[in-house]
Design a protein around this ligand. Structure first.
Ligand SMILES: Nc1ncnc2c1ncn2[C@@H]1O[C@H](COP(=O)(O)OP(=O)(O)OP(=O)(O)O)[C@@H](O)[C@H]1O
Ligand SMILES: [Mg+2]
Length: 421
């Protein structure tokens, strides 16, 4: 009997910081089950366009979120899986070739080809965070998922490499360390959310994940089971709020409240006779507006964001490959009418994604679209545990050479085994 392993996730967003503590209970490598033990949240202002801009403020929110999560879980954690996103993220495809040494292709041959693909030179000011094997070619046969056991002489791999800016990563690490925690691994936020809300069938058929937060909207397209495209639009729920502020002459706090109480991003589904009372100053007097007007403002901005995404996905060549449609998640996906609008703009089926599958414990506490990223982060951590590659402190890699090359090796081991994206 083994003791359950704890994993912790940390999502620092532009509206809120969320921490989740969970235990890994199942040990199936593909879908380990995690029991949610604790959840903590803190409002944030320390992030600008998804990059830590105020370290003290971020540190405060991390402390607060973990204090709550730890109290609820009755456990203390030290190492956390933290999400990262923003316009500094870049993705590219890289190929690697290895000659097959024996009669048939072994795991070692695959590892070698992947290592070649990953050895792309990464500029000094960037860090590699994910190296995801896409598919393989054996001699002239392309599109192979798992070449192990096949006969051939030349093995080629195609990898998806995701890099981030070093300085945003450094600031994030600094904020986390000052709060008293250590980052086990950085995970790209939309990939974490995808783990939490997409089904294997959707990823196989082709799906566009849209993570609409406060400051940014992130996009991840999956097709034939693999990540194919990542993108980001520098607009989110906060822009919807600003439009309501300007359009209706209300404060930011009132705009947020109106959005939550009466909002809808799909104008046609609002009853034309509905009227809402606006908060007003003495000078403004008593103010009533048709609810349709609020919906109109929200509809305009949200559809603009969706249209930008459609253009990006079109340019990437995947708009016709979304047989499973669109899944919208992130805090702003809680806006009523989200699925209807997404379906209209993308011209496909659409649904709102919330975490829930393969979750136990206090799963109800995280069954909302704003928790997708942080739940995905603990699920990512659980995959690591199940694969036996969890980043634990005190682990050493025995390699000769300088500290720099030690880091490089550690980095390489960390980015290994990412077949689950
Ligand atoms: N019920 C709701 N109705 C309308 N909007 C909502 C609702 N709930 C949350 N939102 C919006 O969702 C946004 C917050 O989303 P989320 O919590 O995912 O942001 P974040 O992760 O902090 O931001 P980001 O990922 O962009 O840095 C806010 O703009 C908020 O107005
Ligand atoms: Mg977010």
């Amino acid at each position: 009997m083994t003791t359950a392993q704890l994993v912790a996730g940390l999502d620092i967003g532009s509206a809120k910081t969320t921490a989740v503590i969970a235990e890994v209970v199942g040990d199936l490598p593909k879908h380990p089950t995690v029991n949610i033990l604790g959840v903590g949240q803190a409002r944030t202002t320390g992030l600008r366009r998804n990059v830590v801009a105020d370290i003290d403020e971020s540190t405060r929110s991390i402390k607060k979120a973990f204090e709550d999560a730890e109290r609820m879980a009755g456990a203390k954690v030290t190492t956390v899986y933290a999400g990262i996103a923003g316009e500094h993220v870049q993705a590219m495809t890289s190929t690697g070739i290895a000659s097959v040494t024996g009669a048939e292709i072994t795991r070692a041959d695959v590892d070698r080809a992947n290592a070649v693909a990953r050895a792309q030179s990464i500029p000094q000011d960037r860090e590699l965070i994910h190296a995801i094997p896409q598919e393989y070619a054996v001699d002239k046969n392309v599109g192979i998922r798992d070449p192990v056991g096949m006969i051939g002489t030349r093995l080629e791999t195609e990898m998806y490499l995701v890099t981030i800016g070093s300085s945003p990563a450094m600031n994030l690490r600094k904020a986390v360390e000052r709060a008293g925690y250590k980052i086990g691994e950085l995970v790209l936020e939309p990939l974490a959310s995808a783990l939490a809300v997409l089904t294997d069938d959707e990823k196989e058929l082709g799906v566009c994940l849209v993570e609409m937060g406060a400051g940014t909207t992130d996009v991840a397209v999956f097709h034939e089971g693999k990540i194919r495209y990542l993108g980001t639009v520098g607009l989110g729920g906060l822009n919807v709020t600003s439009d309501v502020v300007h359009g209706l002459g209300v404060t930011q706090a009132d705009a947020e409240r109106l959005k939550e109480e009466f909002g809808c991003v799909y104008e046609p589904s609002v009853d034309r006779t509905d009227v809402i009372q606006l908060p007003s100053t003495v000078a403004q007097g008593d103010r009533q507006i048709p609810r349709e007007l609020l919906a109109h403002i929200m509809h305009q901005r949200t559809s603009e964001i969706f249209e930008m995404i459609v253009r990006e996905v079109q340019q990437a060549g995947y708009i016709k490959k979304l047989a499973a449609g669109v899944v919208v998640t992130g805090g702003a996906a809680a806006q009523p009418g989200t699925a209807e609008l997404a379906s209209d703009v993308f011209g496909t089926g659409a649904r709102v994604g919330l975490p829930g599958e393969f979750l136990g414990g206090l799963a109800d506490n995280v069954a909302q679209p704003r928790f997708s990223t942080v739940v995905g982060l603990v699920q990512y951590g659980a995959h690591r545990v199940a694969l036996g590659g969890a980043t634990s402190k005190g682990r050493r890699f025995s390699t000769p050479g300088s500290g720099q090359s030690m880091d490089k090796i550690a980095q390489r081991v960390k980015t290994w085994l990412q077949d689950f994206f």
